[in-house]
Structures are given as structure tokens and as C-alpha cells.
Design a protein around this ligand. Structure first.
Ligand SMILES: Cc1cc2nc3c(=O)[nH]c(=O)nc-3n(C[C@H](O)[C@H](O)[C@H](O)COP(=O)(O)OP(=O)(O)OC[C@H]3O[C@@H](n4cnc5c(N)ncnc54)[C@H](O)[C@@H]3O)c2cc1C
Ligand SMILES: NC(=O)c1ccc[n+]([C@@H]2O[C@H](COP(=O)([O-])OP(=O)(O)OC[C@H]3O[C@@H](n4cnc5c(N)ncnc54)[C@H](O)[C@@H]3O)[C@@H](O)[C@H]2O)c1
Length: 471
């Protein structure tokens, strides 16, 4: 039996979710094993959040210099050193990955980490690719997700990039096609465009980033079309060409052009292949993902839990980390279920300006209020006067339930709104809060007052209903 390891909780996958699950299970008194073939650091640090934000940071600097003329500042002789930009992205990325390995992974107790690939051999038993087996009281699956690369793009070889390979480029391409206008497509297409790459962005859908508010979508479209060539509602087919790729598109528009590289950002699939889920007896949904309860992350009435992107609920970093904490705690407490209230749904896409979707858009009798940032005081001062914010509130009291926005300082506005929505604050109550002048937060007042006027809901007593210059 030397080749059979025993533990209370086995966690498959040492990404953000798996590390959180192992930590939570151990903190709750369980003996744990954490299995990963590589332990190379998380997707976030190696090929996800951090390298993408590093590229965006470089793009922001380059774009800022281009805007200096607006303020009467002339800058000459500027050029983008592509290899240097990408070197910094990789150097900083490698530092984040190393710190993750040294702290989150390196400081785990001895004998917790198992360097192997796992698959199920029964609901409580795993087989490892090194020949060993693990028997566990409960098991957490935290194997993450991988980019989808449809066969016609896979056939292009090195000319087709995904988020796994794009940060390895030695230099910026001259002409780049980006397929998919979700979070990855929008962020990277705009960043490359701001770094001087000629970018075309394609999507088969007419709606970018699954946006709910048509006004916010129209504003996003206007902003994106300033930077690059946008083709929505098209089917794209690629062919290899000398030194690149020939793309043809048909649908709402048609055309063909040659690009040096194609970045494919058409979504990510949960990494479930090779896990032999058939040995678990779990019920799967249409996409092969085990049915599970987001309040406990437990799959049916089994001792198996999901955490992170593999659950395919909300493939976001803070959700992966929360999933892991919930799954690990519940796995340690198994079979006693501990229900957790999930936080307000919330995603930010780091375009310039940032785009965010928060909470719910629709409810019976939902009221909306919109703020336009095209002429908002502080936004105009900064030369960043563009964007739209739509707030959703529930009848009858104007409780805030959601928002869609693309706005200057949008990531900060989005946090403030997500926190207010989670606290079930009403439009009246938010208007009672102090608003400093001149700030982009003042732009919210118009949307909040529109919501109050729509019902009508009382405006706060003793508050001026006017507006200071440009607010
Ligand atoms: C380009 C990009 C940008 C992003 N930007 C953001 C952002 O700005 N903000 C945000 O919130 N989110 C962002 N995300 C999403 C975020 O990175 C993910 O939601 C998060 O990293 C998922 O973590 P995870 O633990 O589920 O998966 P991972 O970190 O991928 O961990 C899964 C682990 O499982 C291991 N594994 C797989 N199969 C097995 C097996 N059979 N046996 C053992 N181990 C296995 C893998 O080796 C891996 O270590 C971005 C993603 C991408 C791709
Ligand atoms: N800032 C962030 O939080 C951030 C950043 C990057 C990624 N992420 C996470 O990573 C996930 C994956 O990102 P993503 O952008 O790859 O996926 P996505 O699901 O967000 O968007 C994919 C897009 O590709 C389009 N598409 C699909 N097939 C296509 C085809 N054949 N031709 C043309 N268009 C096609 C879809 O219509 C959709 O608009 C996101 O859902 C997000 O959760 C988050």
C-alpha cells in the first residue's frame, strides 16, 4: 500500500483556486494533498491577469504621449521599441510568477505538494501519472481553463496566437487580427493598437463583451473604432499566407486582408479532459461540467467540489479565489455543508477607459438612470470626457441592483458601485453621501437623480439639487 497516499482533502490543480482550497481545508483542520504537474505559478501570474495588464500599462504610456498635444505639449521623436516593451512584460511577469512559487507554493507544509497529473479512479480515489494513487475523504477539482483554438486557426501554426503564447512574441507585429471581442480580445486589441500595431478586431456576435446596455455598447464601439478596425457580426476564415495569414470575413460586412499574426480570443474551456469524470458518477451539464451549487461548490450529493475557472461560472480571479475558500472549507467539513452568500457579480475589462458590468440589469419594474461622461466636469479637465454609465435600480424604493459603464476611472467607480449594490443601498441613500468636487464620481449624481425622478422616490432632504461647474 506504499503507493496509496491517504488524506482528508485532495486538491487537483495549484492555481489561484486550488491554492485557496488547500489553504482553507488545512486551516479547517484537514490533512491535505495538492496535486499539480508543474507548480509553475498560477494562470493569473504566468499568462493571464498580470502579463495582460503589463502590456496594457505600456500601451497606456504610449497613448498618453500621443494625447499630450491636447494640453499644448509637443513631444517629438517618440517611437515604440517593441522588443523592449515585450521584454518588460516578460521580466515583470516572471517576477510575479516567481513570487507566487516562492510564497504561495514554496511555503506550503512539507509533503503537501505532489508533482503529478491526476485523474479519477472512483469518487474518492485518484490515480496519478507517476503510478501512485490517492484516497481522500473529499476532493476539490481546480484544474482551471484553457484557450479555445478552433481547428482552422490551429492549422495556422505559429501565426496563430492565444493568450498562452502572445506574451512570448519577440517583437510587436505590424498587422494583427484579433478574433473575439470579449475581455481578452478587447483588452489586447486596444493595447496593441495603442502601441502602434495596425489591429483589426472581429467577432461573430454584434455585441461586444456581452454588454447589456445599448448606450454603453455604442460608446464602447465609438471608442474602440477610434483605435482599430472593428468588424462585428462576421464569420472569419483563415488561410496560411506567405509571412502570415490571409483572413476572409463575411456577414454584416465582408472583405479579406493579410495579417502577420492572428490572436484567437474566442473563449476558454474548462480543463476537464483526462480527469476520467465517468469514474465519479457525477451528473454533468451540456458542456461536460459537473452540476454544482455555487453556495457550497459541492457537486450534487458527492464528496467532490469544484473551484475556479473549471466550474465555468465566472472565470475571474476573485471568483476563483472565493470558490477555492468555499470549496476547501466545505471539503474539510464534509459532509456538513456550509452555505456561503456569494458577492455581487462584477467584472472589469481593462480597456481605456475601463468597461464594467455589475450585478443585475433587469428586475420587475427596474428603473434606469444614465450618466454621460462626454461633458462631465473632471473628465473634461483631464481630456478624458467620453463614456456612459447606466445604473439599474429596483422598484419601489430605488435599491441599486446593477450597473454597466465605460467611463474614466471606471475601475474605481465600478468598485464603489459593486460595494453599494452588495450593501443594498438605494439611490436616495447614495445621494446622501458626500461627493467631492471636481471628481468623476459626481457624474453619478445625474443617474441617481434620474432614478429618483422616475418613480418618484424622494431626493435626500437638505441636499442641493443643482450642480457645480461641469459636475
Ligand atoms: C489573458 C487573461 C487575462 C485575464 N485577466 C484577468 C483580470 O484582469 N482579472 C480577473 O479577475 N481575471 C482575469 N483573467 C482570468 C483569471 O486569470 C482566471 O479566472 C484565474 O486565473 C483562474 O484560476 P484557476 O485557479 O481556476 O486556474 P489556474 O490558475 O489555471 O490553475 C489550474 C491548475 O490546474 C493544474 N491542472 C490542470 N489539470 C490537472 C490535472 N489533471 N492534475 C493536476 N493538476 C492539473 C494546472 O497545471 C494549473 O496549475 C484573465 C485570464 C486570461 C487568460
Ligand atoms: N479583465 C478581466 O477580468 C479579464 C481579462 C481577460 C480575460 N478574462 C476572463 O477570461 C475569459 C475568457 O476571455 P475571452 O475574451 O477569450 O472569452 P469571452 O467568452 O469573454 O469572449 C469570446 C468572444 O469571442 C466571440 N467568438 C467566439 N467564437 C468566435 C468565432 N469563431 N469567430 C469570431 N468570434 C467568436 C464571442 O462572440 C465572444 O464575444 C473571460 O470570460 C473572462 O472571464 C477576464
Amino acid at each position: 500500500m506504499a503507493n496509496v497516499l491517504q488524506c482528508d482533502v485532495a486538491v487537483i490543480g495549484a492555481g489561484t483556486a486550488g491554492l485557496a482550497a488547500e489553504r482553507a481545508a488545512r486551516k479547517n483542520g484537514a490533512s491535505t494533498l495538492l496535486i499539480d504537474p508543474e507548480f509553475k505559478g498560477t494562470t493569473c501570474a504566468t499568462v493571464g491577469c498580470m502579463p495582460s495588464k503589463l502590456l496594457i500599462a505600456a500601451a497606456k504610456e504610449a497613448h498618453g504621449i500621443g494625447r499630450a498635444g491636447l494640453f499644448g505639449i509637443e513631444v517629438e521623436g517618440v517611437w515604440v521599441d517593441g522588443p523592449a516593451v515585450l521584454r518588460r512584460v516578460r521580466n515583470e511577469r516572471d517576477r510575479f510568477a516567481r513570487l507566487t512559487r516562492e510564497s504561495s507554493i514554496g511555503e506550503l507544509p512539507q509533503d503537501v505538494t505532489i508533482r503529478a497529473r491526476a485523474r479519477f479512479d472512483g469518487p474518492n480515489r485518484l490515480m496519478l501519472d507517476d503510478g501512485r494513487a490517492i484516497e481522500a475523504h473529499a476532493i476539490v477539482i481546480a484544474t482551471g481553463s484553457a484557450p479555445v483554438l478552433p481547428p482552422p486557426f490551429a492549422a495556422l501554426g505559429e501565426a496563430a496566437l492565444t493568450s498562452d503564447t502572445v506574451f512570448e512574441l519577440a517583437d510587436l507585429p505590424k498587422r494583427l487580427a484579433v478574433i473575439g471581442s470579449g475581455a481578452i480580445g478587447l483588452e489586447l486589441a486596444q493595447a496593441f493598437a495603442h502601441l502602434g500595431v495596425r489591429v483589426s478586431l472581429f467577432d461573430k456576435s454584434r455585441n461586444m463583451a456581452k454588454l447589456r446596455c445599448p448606450k454603453v455598447h455604442a460608446s464602447l464601439r465609438e471608442i474602440i473604432e477610434r483605435d482599430l478596425s472593428l468588424h462585428l457580426g462576421v464569420e472569419v476564415s483563415p488561410d496560411p499566407a506567405e509571412n502570415g495569414v490571409r483572413l476572409r470575413w463575411t456577414g454584416d460586412a465582408s472583405g479579406e486582408t493579410t495579417f502577420d499574426k492572428v490572436l484567437v480570443a474566442v473563449g476558454r474551456r474548462p480543463r476537464l479532459e483526462g480527469l476520467a469524470l465517468d469514474k465519479t458518477g457525477l451528473e454533468l451539464d451540456d458542456h461536460g461540467v459537473p452540476l454544482h451549487d455555487r453556495a457550497t461548490m459541492r457537486c450534487g450529493d458527492s464528496a467532490i467540489f469544484l473551484a475556479g475557472d473549471v466550474a465555468a461560472d465566472l472565470p475571474l480571479l476573485h471568483e476563483a479565489s472565493h470558490d477555492g475558500a468555499i470549496a476547501g472549507r466545505n471539503a474539510a467539513a464534509f459532509p456538513a455543508p456550509i452555505e456561503t452568500t456569494r458577492s455581487t457579480l462584477f467584472s472589469i475589462t481593462f480597456t481605456d477607459p475601463p468597461l464594467a458590468t455589475i450585478g443585475e440589469a433587469e428586475a420587475d419594474g427596474a428603473i434606469t438612470g444614465t450618466a454621460d461622461y462626454a461633458d462631465q466636469g473632471r473628465a473634461r479637465v483631464e481630456g478624458r470626457n467620453e463614456g456612459v454609465l447606466t445604473l439599474y435600480a429596483a422598484a419601489p424604493d430605488g435599491r441599486l441592483i446593477g450597473a454597466d459603464l465605460i467611463a474614466p476611472a471606471g475601475e474605481h467607480l465600478a468598485h464603489m458601485l459593486a460595494w453599494a449594490i452588495q450593501r443594498e443601498v438605494t439611490a436616495t441613500e447614495l445621494l446622501e453621501m458626500p461627493f467631492y468636487h471636481p471628481t468623476v464620481e459626481e457624474g453619478l449624481k445625474h443617474a441617481l437623480r434620474t432614478i429618483c425622478a422616475a418613480r418618484p422616490i424622494p431626493l435626500p432632504q437638505d441636499q442641493d439639487t443643482g450642480a457645480p461647474a461641469g459636475a
